[in-house]
Ligand binder design. Structure first.
Ligand SMILES: Cc1cc2nc3c(=O)[nH]c(=O)nc-3n(C[C@H](O)[C@H](O)[C@H](O)COP(=O)(O)OP(=O)(O)OC[C@H]3O[C@@H](n4cnc5c(N)ncnc54)[C@H](O)[C@@H]3O)c2cc1C
Length: 482
């Protein structure tokens, strides 16, 4: 790809119709139409439905998200895409009346202290008053105010666990950073790269030394009073009708017949005219460019015959498996006031659950009047043994935890379990170097681009961005590794 307008591909195949693949295909349609060029577009999806990890189910007046239930607005790409798709009025914020989450300690739910932002407190009094931490733990967190900074070099990296232990102490790691942040990435914080996930915390230390001071200054500069902790959750939005409204809107913008489901891709080969894409049924499709958006462990065998070193680099990206279990309950079945969005459970508590969302409290329209929808998270890198349980044993463990923690009585009206095998890429320390190497190797093949949640972030906005960058790369607007 040279980037000249004359080099635009006339045909592109996108492999995978998760949000990354659909965003890539949609961006190609936008580019072709803005330049008035014809484009032969094909999206090949192995499953019988589009959306990948985005899976919304509607049942008896309940709206169930099997995968993501919302996305962050701080990263602009999800929001920007919704605007371009005309979905802005469909975006709903989290319930403003109970924007808080709980953390379990010794079997009791404690609210995250007001002003606590993921890793560090911005307000001293709520932190001191919280029963989530012991007094030695609170004092150790306060040491962040005086500890010297550590130099990470220009692009240095550190695990989340090492960073939090060093700046704020073991208790801050075990009681809040691991369940809150590790839960988002379903990752073990001992391995999770801070540079690849939340680089701003490394930057805060470099620029301000103390995280607490940096965050207080940041909030003041942004005009947020330290007393207002609301920003924690208003950062997230959902779609009123469910997350599959987004994938449905993307699909609707693609040319009729452009998406073929039940069509697993086996191999890609490069030839004079561009790319041959071999399907599981033995047939072959041709295009001038190809974008692969499957999980890295699924992309690796597709590229193996073409570029074994690239395939083996992709295959080194590790994945965790996770599951969501959504339960429909009558309101009176739960004793807890449910005055928050849900709770997270530190791994040191040794429970079946890693977290639970009070879905019908967090967003309107998730359950009929008088009913509740609660969604449990299971598995991930810290609880792989739980993912291995049978459906029945998993449900038994979840209900036992909910009886104990929120006073659940009786059984749910119905339960929906969604398993996501090897779907959450793990970003270990040094992940960004590996990604740069992979993108550079892929960039040597003209008309090839890689996208998906293995590279620049696991959230929906990151995946949208990744797909759109890949589209712009094969369209000749940027280098694939830029
Ligand atoms: C339980 C869960 C909860 C989550 N919660 C949130 C959340 O609240 N907010 C948020 O922002 N993010 C969340 N995420 C993360 C986010 O949803 C995912 O990272 C994102 O949806 C992944 O999109 P993707 O297109 O990159 O991959 P996928 O959705 O996995 O799509 C890849 C597609 O490629 C297809 N495919 C694979 N192999 C082939 C082949 N050989 N040929 C053709 N097609 C193939 C697959 O069938 C799949 O459809 C969550 C993820 C999970 C699993």
């Amino acid at each position: 790809m040279t980037g000249c307008a004359g080099d635009r591909p006339k045909s592109v195949i996108v492999v995978g119709a998760g949000v990354s693949g659909l965003a890539a295909a949609h961006r190609l349609v936008e580019l072709a139409s803005s330049e008035g060029r014809p484009l032969d577009l094909l999206v090949l999806e192995a499953r019988s439905r589009v959306g990948g990890a985005i899976l919304t189910r509607r049942r008896d007046g309940f709206l169930i998200e099997g995968g993501p239930d919302s996305f962050i607005t701080q990263k602009p790409w999800g929001l920007a895409l919704c605007r371009r798709l005309g979905l802005e009025n469909e975006l709903i914020p989290t319930n403003p009346d109970c924007r808080r989450t709980f953390v379990v300690r010794d079997g009791t739910l404690h609210p995250v202290p007001e002003g606590f932002l993921l890793l560090a407190p911005t307000r001293i009094m709520p932190m001191l008053a919280s029963r989530l931490f012991s007094w030695p733990g609170k004092l150790r967190m306060g040491l962040d105010l005086v500890l010297p900074r550590r130099d990470h070099g220009i692009d240095g990296d550190e695990s989340l666990a090492s960073f939090v232990r060093r700046r704020l102490g073991r208790e801050a790691l075990e009681r809040i950073a691991q369940p809150l942040v590790g839960g988002i990435y379903t990752a073990d914080p001992e391995n999770l790269s801070l540079r690849a996930t939340m680089p701003r915390f490394l930057d805060m230390e470099r620029e301000h030394r103390s995280l607490i001071l940096a965050m207080r200054r940041g909030r003041r500069a942004a005009g947020v009073a330290p007393a207002d902790s609301g920003a924690r959750y208003s950062m997230f939005v959902a779609l009123r009708g469910g997350m599959d409204v987004l994938t449905g809107a993307l699909l609707a913008r693609l040319p009729a017949g452009a998406v073929e489901t039940d069509t697993p891709v086996r191999r890609v080969q490069h030839n004079q005219g561009g790319w041959s894409v071999k399907l599981a049924d033995g047939s072959v499709r041709q295009a001038e460019a190809v974008i692969l958006t499957c999980q890295a462990h699924e992309t690796a065998p597709i590229l193996e015959p073409l570029d074994p070193p690239l395939a083996s680099e992709l295959a080194t990206i590790d994945y965790a498996s996770s599951a969501t279990m959504t339960m429909a309950l009558r309101r009176q079945q739960v004793q807890h006031p449910l005055d928050g969005f849900g709770f997270v459970i530190p791994a040191v508590e040794r429970r079946t659950l890693i977290a639970a969302t009070f879905s019908s409290v967090k967003f309107p329209g998730r359950a009929p009047e008088g009913w509740l929808l609660i969604r449990a998270f299971l598995g991930g890198a810290t609880h792989p043994h739980i993912y291995e349980l049978s459906d029945q044993d998993m449900q038994h463990g979840v209900l036992a935890d909910l009886r104990d923690l929120i006073g659940l009585r009786g059984d749910p009206e119905f339960v929906e379990l969604h398993r996501w095998p090897r779907s959450m890429p793990q970003y270990p320390v040094g992940h960004l170097h590996r990604v740069a190497a992979i993108q550079a190797m892929a960039g040597r093949w003209p008309g090839l681009a890689l996208a998906g949640n293995a590279f620049g972030g696991v959230g929906v906005p990151d995946c949208v961005h990744s797909g759109e960058l890949a589209a712009e790369a094969v369209w000749g607007l940027r280098r694939p590794d830029s």
